[in-house]
Ligand binder design. Sequence first.
Ligand SMILES: NC(=O)c1ccc[n+]([C@@H]2O[C@H](COP(=O)([O-])OP(=O)(O)OC[C@H]3O[C@@H](n4cnc5c(N)ncnc54)[C@H](OP(=O)(O)O)[C@@H]3O)[C@@H](O)[C@H]2O)c1
Length: 227
Amino acid sequence: MSSSVTAFVLGYTGETGKALLKQLSGDNYFSNIVLIGRRQVDLGDLQIADDGRFTQRVIDFDEVEKYADDFKGCDVGFCCMGTTRGKGGAAHFVKVDRDYVVNSAKVAKDAGCSHFQVVTAYGADKNSSILYNKTKGEVEEQLKNINFQRLSIFQPALLLGKREESRPLETFFKVISFPFTKLFPTLGSVHFDVLARAMIYNTKQQTSEKVEVIDNRKIHELSKLAK
Ligand SMILES: NC(=O)c1ccc[n+]([C@@H]2O[C@H](COP(=O)([O-])OP(=O)(O)OC[C@H]3O[C@@H](n4cnc5c(N)ncnc54)[C@H](OP(=O)(O)O)[C@@H]3O)[C@@H](O)[C@H]2O)c1
């Protein structure tokens, strides 16, 4: 089915973002997909067919307000942006995972986006003493205040799949949680592809809920329904 729905994707060069693009590439539901990131990428490297629906925009997230035009006309926003504390320290992590996401969302809303879908994480809690969980909780709260017509918050547990970049801590968690993720596949982990499928499926569903929180189990359920 083809439609005139336009989307933008933040974090499209990351593992979840790439899985999302691959699936969007084979799905005509969106007539235009604007890829918004900090650097230009060869679409061939992302394994998506350049069928004319994808446009890349390079922006400076420190001054996202200046790039409002790049968000214009987008009905739906997908956000899989994030970094790790290990890459640039705590302040940089908060800047990217909270401020860049919220500031971009505000610009998108003002530019006409009605449905914003964001990946936060299992355990997100603005009152947590753990920086990661607290930041993810804060981003959720601040996004709720933007008052989108519809806000969908995806809270995956451990993300599984092949990652280009080496992340020793993440690998360590994957190894120690392996028996658990095998025994309870829908509880403690989710593959990038499954998350991406659930996000796309969700945009096509109607709901009366203004804010939906989609936990790891529900991500698996939505993904199954999409098949
Ligand atoms: N890893 C897990 O197990 C796990 C579990 C639950 C939730 N999550 C969350 O899920 C989301 C997606 O995770 P992922 O593993 O798919 O992400 P990822 O592979 O680390 O990709 C992150 C994306 O964010 C962009 N980004 C990073 N720093 C940036 C900056 N300074 N300015 C602009 N863009 C920047 C990256 O762009 P570049 O390519 O240009 O760097 C990339 O597109 C993240 O928010 C993460 O915290 C992760």
